[in-house]
Ligand binder design. Structure first.
Ligand code: GLN
Length: 306
């Protein structure tokens, strides 16, 4: 029954992909097929429901911002992290530079926008970029039970070569004392972790751990401290869908984080994790069919947390 509902909702949402467009400011992302759509639902009891293109790999992009935030808080504590990155939504696009200078003291408004996530990457402990990246992948492995996460080298290089905007954000933050480490190393970590490949099946598994307050579903062992999982879910509601977060909170009411490759990680507390992949984006940079699908599922299954 639920499986059929998921498949029907996906078929309806798929009719919306033609109204969106794949991201092209990272040239390699423009090669994605705009008509793809896949969704996986992982319930707290371990039941997995799938529909569409669930095994197509895509890059995490901004979904990665959740995992770096988890590690930074675990490494440095909330006081350190939130002295350097704010907790407020922006109303501006995810790569906006404008408020970095106008807000005093200069700090990015939240960890879900590019400036904030670059600042968070600067806080990840480790003696080299490789070691820090390894720690991020290790967290993903612990959350999914999957060992072989990899960086898509083409997407990584494509972003690194064209990232003038992110470089501008980072150098501004270095100048104003938000970044303390080597700027190019921090950016390198940021580009690499944005290019980690996942499938919507894996994103659903990541999401369900957050839904379970950070616990491993099978063993009940805590992977992420409960209060850190709570902070992540709160940011997902207030800032996870960029400057469409308010609208998505009203229409779907599900904590969610999207990425410009077309992924959305959605977490329904104590119920399920949902991973969606649909690379055709709307004008705010969210998967157009993915948003539509989550809104339908929210209505059919009564998923809104409000
Ligand atoms: N790597 C992307 C960037 O920095 C991530 C942005 C996103 O997914 N919104 O532009």
């Amino acid at each position: 029954m639920a499986h059929k509902q998921l498949q029907d909702a996906l078929a309806e949402a798929a009719t919306h992909t033609r109204h969106g467009a794949v991201a092209s400011y990272i040239p390699e992302l423009a090669k994605q097929d705009p008509d793809r759509l896949g969704a996986c639902v992982c319930l707290l009891d371990g039941t997995v429901l799938t529909a569409g293109d669930v095994d197509i790999p895509f890059t995490l992009q901004s979904i990665s911002k959740i995992f770096t935030l988890i590690l930074a808080i675990c490494d440095r504590g909330t006081d350190y992290v939130f002295q350097r990155v704010g907790k407020e939504p922006t109303g501006d696009p995810f790569n906006s530079i404008v408020k970095l200078e106008t807000i005093k003291p200069h700090k990015p408004l939240n960890p879900m926008i590019n400036a904030g996530a670059i600042a968070v990457c600067d806080m990840i402990a480790g003696s080299s970029v490789e070691e820090r990246l390894e720690r991020i992948m290790n967290l993903l492995s612990r959350m999914t039970g999957m060992q072989d996460f990899r960086v898509n080298e083409e997407v990584y290089r494509s972003e690194k070569l064209t990232a003038d905007r992110n470089r501008a954000l980072a150098y501004f933050m270095k100048d104003s004392g938000v970044l303390t480490g080597d700027v190019e190393e921090t950016l390198d970590l940021y580009f690499r972790h944005c290019a980690i490949e996942v499938t919507s099946r894996e994103v659903a598994q990541l999401a369900v751990v957050l839904a379970a307050d950070g616990k491993d579903l099978q063993t009940g062992v805590s992977i992420i401290p409960r209060d850190v999982a709570r902070i992540c879910k709160t940011f997902m509601v207030t800032c996870g869908m960029y400057n469409a977060s308010g609208e998505f909170a009203i229409e779907a009411g599900i904590p969610a984080k999207s990425g410009v490759a077309g992924g959305i990680m959605a977490t329904v507390p104590n119920r399920m994790g949902i991973g969606v992949y649909g690379p055709a984006l709307d004008d705010k940079g969210n998967s157009i069919a993915g948003v539509r699908l989550l809104e339908s599922l929210s209505e059919i299954w009564n998923l809104s947390i409000f």
